[in-house]
Each structure stands twice: as structure tokens, then as C-alpha cells.
Design a protein around this ligand. Structure first.
Ligand code: SF4
Length: 361
């Protein structure tokens, strides 16, 4: 326990400063109040929810998991459904709206963002967008309705490299759209949304990392270099030493072996920010993509509170903490991260790092 806490304290010290600077003033009374309300009503800690507004994507990225599961059905969340979740669950103040699809392909996104702003919700787009197909009106809406932060997936610093992975995308179009957002930020005299250039390092693009970093700075963006955590066989990095200098590890496996933590950990979301899909399924965490391993009911039909308080959801949390036996109908049984949670003895609740991300988003 002590080792785990000291590891988490070290992780806290490594939190990028911008996560603090972007945050609104901290109101401790409201925070404690929300924590209690969240726990007693929903069994969760805090006031963050993850609502996937789009399951549709126009690109064909080779190792994208939702791409492979396309047969399971795709669609987008209707404004009316989003509004109902928000109106029925006033306790939630932070809403992450991206997951598997491209949010800008939802034709009702403008209404969703405008309504969230009206209800004083903090909208984040951290799972990422490709920003290839987006109307001028929506670009302005991101600034006007004060979306807090947006990760843009750009794995290259030239069109030739970019389109190797982002098949169907166009690098120049993305950069143009970023410039347009920046000009709206000037017009509205706003720092929001903070833009993050998210770059997944592969063998075919590692030579462009330095130039992408430079371009991000010129575009007033933070640069976030990530490891390929989905399929280590696809275009593996060659210059491992360079990656170790940049991130500390050359691969996701190396990171996990060294730290005994899971790279792209998601289990904590069951407690801190439960995930709902575009068609209303409560899937618990973002790793349970599209609910392919099972779900915890449909919030459109049963309501979010009932789904979060369902026997299966509560059992899953207990099982992850090692307080209940394994059960075949629990989605985690099909997830490779579950074995790591057990072998590294990870406790998703006391993982302070995600808790701080939730605080400061
Ligand atoms: S083990 Fe369960 S909670 Fe953790 S990432 Fe996998 S499906 Fe999600």
C-alpha cells in the first residue's frame, strides 16, 4: 500500500503544469458536496461522466479497434438523448464527449455543445478527434461555448507520413482547421479550447516527432507523444533510445514491465467517470469499446442511476478490488488489463493520478 502511494505521489509530480493552469478556481465546498452526492446517489466518486456522442468515423486507421467492430453497428447520440441524460442527472458537471468515433460527424453536435454550455457543464474532448471533416459553424461553436480541452490526433508532420496511418485523412486540412480555431480564439479573446497535438509514435513517423513538436508550438498547441498501446506488431518504433528519452519508455509493454502500472489505464473510470455509448449503453470504462464484452444496462431505458446501482456494476467494482470472486458475465473477464490489475495488485480507487486529472479538467 505504501509503495503504491509513493509511486502515485511521484506520478503527481510529473503532471504537466498546463493541467493546473487551465482549471477554473477550485470551490472546495461544491467539490465535497458533489463528491458526497455522487457517492450516495450513484456510487461513484466525483462529478464526471463520459458520454460518447459519435460512434461514426470516416477514416480507416489500421489498428483502430472500433474500426474492426464496425459490424456491431455505428451511429451517433441524438441531442434529445444527451439532454435527457444531463437533465436527469444534474450532479454531473464534467462531460467527456469523445470515444470511438469522430464527434464532428454527429449532425446534432452544435446543439449538444450549446446546451452543455447553457447548463454550465465543462465539456472535454480528450479521447481525441481527427478534425478532417468539420463545418465552420462547429469550429466557432467550440470556442464560443468554451469547450475546455481538445486532443487532435496527428501522427505525422507531413501529409505523406500522416496518411499512412490516418487512411482517408488529409494533414493540410487538419492544420487549416486548427488555424481557424485559433482565429476564433482571437476573435472571442479566449484561451479555450486548449488544443493538444496527440502524436502516436510508430516506426513510420518517429523521424517527424521533432518537427511536429515545433509545429505544435507555432500553432499554440501542447504536444503529447503517446505509445502504441493497441498492437505492438504494427509499425514498431526503431529508434527506441529516442523514445526512452522523450517518454521514458520505448513501448507500452516496457512501460508496464518497469512501472508495474498499466499504460492507458481505464479501470478507475468505473468509479470516477463511467462511460456511456452513443446508443445509451453503460459500458463502465472506455476500454470496453462499444460494450463488446457486455454492458450494465441502457441508460435511455433504465436511467443512469439505476444502471450505476445495478447488481452487475457493483459486483464488477468489487471484483476489480479483489473483494468478489470472478464471474463469467463480467466484461473485465475478457479484457487483458484485468490480468494485469491482478498481477500488479493495482487498486483503481487509490490511483491518485487519475483523480487529479479529474480534479483539474
Ligand atoms: S479490466 Fe474491466 S474496468 Fe479495467 S479496463 Fe478492462 S474492462 Fe475496463
Amino acid at each position: 500500500m505504501l509503495t503504491s502511494l509513493s509511486g502515485n505521489l511521484k506520478a503527481m509530480l510529473r503532471i504537466p503544469k498546463y493541467l493546473f493552469s487551465e482549471h477554473r478556481p477550485l470551490n472546495m465546498c461544491a467539490l465535497i458536496n458533489n463528491c458526497f452526492a455522487g457517492y450516495f446517489q450513484y456510487g461513484i466518486i466525483g462529478n464526471t461522466i463520459r458520454i460518447e456522442v459519435s460512434g461514426i468515423c470516416q477514416l480507416k486507421c489500421p489498428i483502430c479497434i472500433p474500426q474492426k467492430d464496425a459490424i456491431k453497428g455505428r451511429g451517433y447520440m441524438r441531442f434529445g438523448d444527451f439532454k435527457k441524460i444531463v437533465d436527469d442527472n444534474l450532479n454531473f458537471k464534467n462531460v467527456e464527449i469523445s470515444l470511438t468515433g469522430e464527434i464532428f460527424l454527429n449532425p446534432e453536435l452544435n446543439d449538444i455543445i450549446r446546451y452543455a454550455h447553457m447548463k454550465k457543464l465543462n465539456i472535454t474532448i480528450r479521447s481525441g478527434v481527427n478534425l478532417n471533416t468539420v463545418s465552420e459553424e462547429l469550429l466557432e461553436c467550440l470556442v464560443k461555448y468554451r469547450v475546455r480541452i481538445m486532443n487532435i490526433s496527428i501522427d505525422g508532420a507531413s501529409n505523406d507520413t500522416y496518411k499512412i496511418y490516418r487512411i482517408g485523412g488529409n494533414f493540410y486540412r487538419v492544420i487549416e482547421n486548427i488555424k481557424k480555431i485559433n482565429s476564433y480564439k482571437k476573435k472571442y479573446n479566449s484561451e479555450l479550447p486548449r488544443l493538444i497535438w496527440q502524436f502516436i509514435a510508430f516506426g513510420h513517423n518517429e523521424h517527424e516527432i521533432a518537427i511536429a513538436k515545433k509545429m505544435a508550438k507555432q500553432l499554440n498547441m501542447r504536444f503529447l507523444l503517446k505509445l502504441n498501446a493497441w498492437n505492438s506488431a504494427y509499425s514498431p518504433v526503431r529508434n527506441k533510445e529516442f523514445l526512452r528519452k522523450e517518454i521514458g519508455y520505448a513501448t507500452a509493454d516496457e512501460c508496464e514491465e518497469k512501472t508495474h502500472k498499466i499504460y492507458m489505464f481505464a479501470c478507475h473510470q468505473l468509479w470516477y467517470s463511467p462511460q456511456i455509448t452513443w446508443d445509451g449503453k453503460l459500458i463502465g470504462c472506455s476500454a470496453n469499446c462499444k460494450g463488446v464484452w457486455g454492458d450494465f444496462g441502457n441508460v435511455f431505458e433504465s436511467g443512469l442511476k439505476n444502471c450505476l446501482n445495478s447488481e452487475k456494476y457493483i459486483y464488477t467494482k468489487k471484483m476489480l478490488l479483489g473483494r468478489e470472486k470472478e464471474r463469467s458475465d463480467i466484461p473485465c473477464m475478457q479484457c487483458d488489463k484485468y490480468a494485469k490489475v491482478k498481477s500488479y495488485k493495482i487498486n483503481p480507487i487509490i490511483d491518485i493520478f487519475p483523480m487529479l486529472l479529474w480534479f483539474y479538467q
